[in-house]
Design a protein around this ligand. Structure first.
Ligand SMILES: [Zn+2]
Length: 122
């Protein structure tokens, strides 16, 4: 049986690794996302970013949300996608309206590829 401290330590490592956006050097996908946001054009696919009405995670006062392993890995290839701070559907945890800009090509490729990373039927 795992002790509570072991579980907390494991959870902290998972959160730290999945939320890590900044290392000693800027990761290429961070630069892509920043340049795309600045220009309004996906710097990978050369298409305009599109606005999407979404709902923002509503409990940042008590917690945060991060990519899971699959989302974190695939979003590095396609950085201009809806991140886990937002949801296209309103729910108890996501109820603050927001507008974000995404690349429709990044989002389509992300949605297709992330499925191959995630276990099915969980
Ligand atoms: Zn793109």
């Amino acid at each position: 049986m795992l002790r509570a401290s072991t579980l907390l330590y494991t959870a902290a490592i998972v959160l730290l690794s999945s939320c890590a956006m900044h290392g000693p050097r800027e990761a290429p996908y961070v630069r892509v996302a920043r340049d795309s946001e600045r220009t309004g054009i996906c710097s990978i696919h050369r298409v305009p970013l599109v606005r999407r009405s979404v709902y923002k995670y509503s409990h940042f006062d008590t917690g945060t949300v991060c990519w899971d392993e699959a989302g974190g890995a695939v979003s590095q290839k396609y950085p201009n996608v809806l991140d886990p701070s937002y949801s296209p559907t309103r729910s108890r945890d996501y109820h603050d309206p927001a507008v974000v800009r995404i690349c429709p090509v990044c989002q389509r490729l992300f949605d297709r590829e992330v499925k191959t990373w995630r276990p099915q039927n969980i």
